[in-house]
Design a protein around this ligand. Structure first.
Ligand code: ATP
Ligand code: MG
Length: 407
């Protein structure tokens, strides 16, 4: 039998790995410059953690979760998103008893049983950041500024930031009933999911992907008209801080998030893909009630998930430069132990070095150096061994460098 990878998964081969390493390196660098610290949580958790946090009527839980029962009959699920596991870890390890805010980031693979298409996989990777313990709008602004900087550092310059506030449970109560009333009038034209959402979770209707529903909800009541004073002031301050830092955004009153736990500020960064379709590359918001919901004490929080698989397709190729590769070709008269010890010296000095590992003839080694796309060639003959130095040829230009290499 010829095995194939499961539908919706991908192999990341060595020729793509430098982009992934670049996204991770920049992410770690920038997160750390804002004093976010890395956390790693399990790939699977109790299923009920996700039904509680993401929401038992959300698409993720109702349709997309990879659930399984282990040999001891535990109901588990592969992580569909990163926040719930981090919140669980923060509560379980008593991290909220230390100085707040607590700022954490992670790189995690996530699993969702989705209809696969370009930019939508069943296993995908997120760079996530979560900040716990401050209700202040300054942290909303700081997180958005951080993401903006991260995208720029990858060479992604023309993404759009959409911003909204979905209020607190108090102001949302009134909005939900207005939205329900609106949907009721259009009930016969709504998809079956929206008919269900209308009863269970009206806000979710605004996130429907069906064209017909999208068209209807363009005229839905505007949540910004329903915000309480506290939520209004919060949203206004976030906008002022972003403006001051020159971060451009558009208010998107119908922007809601696909997960149940959000409150107040929500946002998305969008970018046009190569096929002209808009891709959401980062999405997040405030979730002031989730920590208490998961069993911790009441604690405000905000977070974002950045979709690395989608980001990867937008990074200009000139942003990636890998270390040059040196190939050491040896003539017949050179001893193996000399080749190894010279290569070791060069590697110890920081060079990336390949040697003749397959006992190739000198001519075959020249061909091999080209095949592995080596940048520089060092030829070792008895003379080089004697003088402990060799010249370096740039294989891309054919030029011999003036400076010899010593070993
Ligand atoms: P969408 O509306 O595109 O389904 P979502 O609201 O489900 O996205 P989140 O759960 O907020 O997305 O995840 C944050 C980011 O993770 C998304 O903006 C996207 O970049 C990425 N993402 C989500 N699902 C997938 C997937 N199936 N494949 C690849 N990337 C994904
Ligand atoms: Mg989704």
């Amino acid at each position: 039998m010829n095995y194939q990878k499961p539908k919706g998964t991908r192999d990341i081969l060595p020729n793509e790995i430098s982009i992934w390493q670049f996204m991770e390196k920049q992410g770690r660098l920038i997160a750390s410059s804002y004093n976010y610290q890395e956390i790693r949580t399990p790939t699977f958790e109790d299923c009920s953690l996700y039904t509680r946090s993401v929401g038992d009527t959300s698409d993720i839980v109702t349709k997309e979760m990879y659930e399984f029962t282990d040999k001891a009959d535990r109901k588990l699920a592969l992580r569909p998103e990163g926040t719930a596991g981090v919140v669980r870890a923060v509560v379980e390890n008593g991290m909220l008893n230390n100085a707040l805010p607590l700022k954490l980031f992670y790189f995690s693979n996530c699993f969702r049983y989705e209809n696969t298409q370009k930019g939508r996989y069943r296993e995908f990777s997120q760079f996530g950041l979560e900040c716990f313990g401050t209700p202040e709008p300054i942290i909303d602004a700081e997180l958005i500024i951080l993401i903006n900087k991260y995208l720029k550092s990858l060479g992604i310059t023309n993404s759009n930031l959409l911003l909204n506030s979905i209020g607190c449970p108090e102001c949302r109560k009134e909005y939900n009933s207005a939205l329900r009333e609106f949907a009721k009038k259009h009930e016969q034209d709504l998809c079956n999911d929206c008919k269900r959402r209308m009863v269970e979770n009206p806000l979710r209707m605004l996130d429907c992907k069906q064209e017909k529903c999208k068209e209807i909800f363009k005229n839905a009541p505007n949540i910004l008209d329903y915000l309480c004073d506290d939520c209004k002031t919060h949203f206004y301050t976030v906008q002022q801080l972003l403006k001051k830092e020159g971060v451009k955004f558009a208010i998107a009153p119908h922007l809601v998030r696909g997960l149940d736990y959000y409150t107040k500020t929500v946002f998305e960064f969008e970018h046009e893909g190569f096929d002209g379709k808009t891709l959401t590359i980062a999405a997040g918001g405030r979730y002031d009630n989730l920590v208490a919901e998961i069993g911790g004490k009441s604690c405000c929080a905000i977070g974002v998930g950045i979709g690395l698989d989608r980001l990867k397709t937008l990074i200009p190729s000139n942003m990636i430069n890998s270390e040059p590769l040196y190939y050491i070709a040896n003539t017949d008269e050179v001893q193996l132990d000399d080749i190894i010890s010279i290569a070791e010296k060069l590697r110890n000095s920081g060079l990336r070095v390949e040697i003749n590992l397959a006992n190739r003839s000198f001519k075959a080694q020249m061909k091999y150096a080209n095949n592995i796309n080596a940048d520089f060639l060092i030829v070792l003959g008895s003379n080089e061994i004697k003088t402990r130095s060799a010249s370096i040829k740039n294989l891309k230009t054919g030029e011999i460098l003036e400076q010899k290499i010593n070993f």
